[in-house]
Design a binder for this molecule. Sequence first.
Ligand SMILES: NC(=O)c1ccc[n+]([C@@H]2O[C@H](COP(=O)([O-])OP(=O)(O)OC[C@H]3O[C@@H](n4cnc5c(N)ncnc54)[C@H](O)[C@@H]3O)[C@@H](O)[C@H]2O)c1
Length: 320
Amino acid sequence: MNYLITGGAGFLGRHLANKLVALGHNVRVIDDLSAGEKDSLDHRVLFTRGDVRDQPKLWTLLHDIDVVYHLAAKVSLPQSVLYPREYNDVNVGGTVAVMEAMRALGTPRIVLASSGTIYGDQKRQPVDEDVPPDLRTPYAVSKLASEHYIFTLGRHYGIQSVALRIFNAFGPGQALPPAYPPVVPQFLNRILQGGSVVVFGSGQQTRDYVYVEDVVDALIIAGERDDIDGEVINIGSGVETSVNDLIALIEQVTARKAHVLYNDDQSGGVQRLVADIEKAERLLGYRPRWTLEDGLTETIHQDPRFRTLMPNPISITTRS
Ligand SMILES: NC(=O)c1ccc[n+]([C@@H]2O[C@H](COP(=O)([O-])OP(=O)(O)OC[C@H]3O[C@@H](n4cnc5c(N)ncnc54)[C@H](O)[C@@H]3O)[C@@H](O)[C@H]2O)c1
């Protein structure tokens, strides 16, 4: 099969691209490298640097492509509040541009990386796909708008369209930008360096942390299936973990004690968020294989930024 991954030099995109080529597929990537890095892409991946809204580039890259994975996006929730126009331009405009180019080339299928953050604050947990979204940030708006665009245009253009609502993915190679770093690599880094961890709110807020390999498996299956057109599907671990429990687990796998500072002035976001993954299991046969503890251990083992900070690297046991 021939795949195009937009945003394929990013955290999820690199894992997906490398797995697909390892399975013997042809993979092309377009990424503007605004947040990605291409060095850890397998040499068999055909990389093109470019903006996902660049139609002529997309026309060239889409030639003979069976499935597009649309991952290119700006991904920070708080940053999207500061720069909503940019988030709209890249995330929504990028999705529309990809659909238009797919129409021009007759590309048959798209899988969109959407997000569990569109559920916002919900009383009933875990959240299933039928719950009305509660949009809290421009990022969430851009993801829901992207879903509507792939389904609406997909019907007009005859493009099979699927949206995976991914929850809090983590794993080796996740970027650690100075502003708004994702929580797992941020805490790993801080705790391993002996620094303080700042928790917004009480630390009782919960999230669904899903290991990158489980997300990649779900993306691959979703790209192979021709009977899930028009579906939105949650991809998470199905396990609810508080920020305090995450810190305790990191202390356990790193054998370090965390120094935790609580900042009550700033909100820790929604109080609870965990995925109902029954639909993913039913439609994709999806079953997460990684526990949070195994995923954290593997992240430390695989990622040199963390491995080199471990006091005794030999003591890390990996999952067989
Ligand atoms: N990681 C998660 O927990 C998570 C959860 C839900 C959804 N998602 C979605 O999955 C996708 C990948 O996320 P990620 O965590 O790998 O983030 P990431 O920032 O590592 O990857 C996004 C990639 O898109 C590229 N990009 C940004 N703007 C671009 C543009 N205009 N043209 C071309 N490329 C552009 C970036 O350079 C980056 O490589 C995103 O769409 C994100 O919204 C991720």
